[in-house]
Design a protein around this ligand. Structure first.
Ligand SMILES: [Zn+2]
Ligand SMILES: [Zn+2]
Length: 433
């Protein structure tokens, strides 16, 4: 979905004495941001994976495949959530809480050093209503559902981190692992917040991660400030006057009105938004009429409006209302607009972004971390958590895979040691005491 590539910096990577370097370090130029053939991975990519995480790779992969084979939608992630809770208990988490935000799960892991700070590490558990097109041995067993956004991988990696952190507890304070339902449009993260996620556990900082097709495996991308868009929902219901297609002068044609509205809406981005800002208005559904000789009385339009600042978001909301109402009135039609706020702009905080980028550099080498990735106009439920507490959301390369939400997409298991190592080092760094 996003697939943006950038030339990374060429700073020298740092090395962590507790890590084992896998393969030799090579500094490359632009080619770093082209997909790497997997066969080269173990030979050419420097990746100081945490020792214990490397040991857990097979186990975490098996969890991922099990979740992949049993995809569940939105809040209906009952099997996944139960499995997550069981595993967290078996790891010896200090507390495991289920049913937060309906089907969310939280694990609390206290470090063995004294400290009051609490951080939240978040993964998402839900799949998508897509028919999987693959021959994987662990392909979806649920018709019309699949893990096409890699949330199976996100959940498995955070479980791996929870196992490591429960075993080692080499930090001061508390790590809270958060498994949310309904990231794909259901605002499950917001539901967990409303259920007391932040206050109940005293979370001071929050961190999230998403895989990123097109970014090579072993690489990360992040930026401080706005990194993903707000995404609001637009529903327009038009009422005109139906009639015979041969007598258009006696009708009010909702197809013509809808077409004019679609065109006029594009003038908002072109003429009301500062050209140096980003905005999207897309009408993605237009339904009207049933046959070729009737002017339809009703028409429905559905779409999305996206922005990277609250100011632009507000201009879109205001102008869309004016343009739709004004255009409908011009043709004598009635328009009912339902404008629903969706996910807000995802804004990474400066200090936590620097910390996250530093940890990513420790895992992969600083030259494999792009700290100035251009923002994307996709949206993320994690934005709500970043409105509550400072934190950072990071992209981890999924290599040359099909895009997110594609029926042939698959999370790459080679990402597991990278992402899991990131989580455990992030916890140990943010909670260094
Ligand atoms: Zn998705
Ligand atoms: Zn996703």
């Amino acid at each position: 979905m996003w697939g943006t590539r950038r030339n990374p910096s060429t700073r020298q990577p740092s090395h962590n004495p507790e890590s084992i370097p896998v393969g030799s370090q090579t500094v490359r130029g632009l080619l770093d941001w082209q997909p790497l053939p997997l066969v080269l991975l173990s030979e050419e990519v420097s990746m100081p994976i945490v020792n214990r995480v490397a040991d857990l790779h097979g186990e975490i992969t098996a969890w991922r495949h099990d979740i992949h084979a049993h995809p569940e939608l939105l809040y209906e992630v009952h099997r996944t959530a139960a499995s997550v809770a069981d595993k967290l208990k078996s790891f010896g988490c200090d507390e495991v809480i289920s049913g937060l935000g309906r089907t969310g799960v939280v694990g609390v892991i206290r470090g063995r050093k004294p400290g009051a700070k609490v951080i939240g590490l978040r993964a998402d558990m839900d799949a998508l209503p897509i028919q999987e097109e693959s021959n994987l041995p662990y392909k979806s067993t649920a018709p019309g559902k699949m893990h096409a956004c890699g949330h199976d991988g996100h959940t498995a990696m955070l479980l791996g981190a929870a196992k490591y952190l429960s075993e080692t507890r080499n930090f001061a304070g508390t790590a809270v692992v958060i498994f949310q339902p309904a990231e794909e449009g259901g605002a499950g993260g917001l539901a967990m917040i409303k259920d007391g996620l932040i206050s109940r556990f005293g979370i001071a900082e929050v961190y999230g991660m998403h895989n990123y097709p097109g970014l090579p495996i072993g690489q990360f991308a992040i930026r401080a400030g706005a990194m993903m868009a707000s995404a609001d929902h637009l529903a327009i219901d038009l009422e005109g006057k139906g009639g015979h297609a041969a007598r258009p002068h006696l009708s009010i044609d909702t197809i013509l009105v809808g077409a004019q509205i679609i065109n006029q809406l594009q003038s908002i981005v072109a003429r009301n938004i500062d050209p140096l800002e980003a905005a999207v208005v897309s009408v993605c559904m237009f339904q009207a009429g049933h046959t070729d000789n009737v002017i339809p009385q009703h028409a429905q339009l559905r779409g999305t409006a996206r922005a990277l600042t609250a100011g632009v978001r507000e201009v879109l909301r205001k102008r869309i209302g004016e343009v739709v109402e004004g255009t409908a009135r011009l043709y004598g039609a009635k328009a009912k607009i339902t404008y629903t706020n969706g996910y807000p702009v995802l804004v990474n905080h400066e200090r936590q972004t620097a910390l996250a980028a530093g940890v990513a550099g420790e895992i992969s080498g600083d030259d494999k971390v792009n700290t100035a990735v251009p923002p994307v106009m996709g949206a993320e439920d994690f934005a709500f958590m970043l409105q509550e507490r400072p934190g950072a959301f990071i992209f981890v390369g999924n290599g040359d895979s099909a895009g997110l939400h594609h029926p042939a997409y698959n999370f790459n298991d080679e990402v597991i040691p990278v992402g899991t190592s990131y989580w455990v080092r992030l916890a140990e760094t943010a909670l260094a005491g």
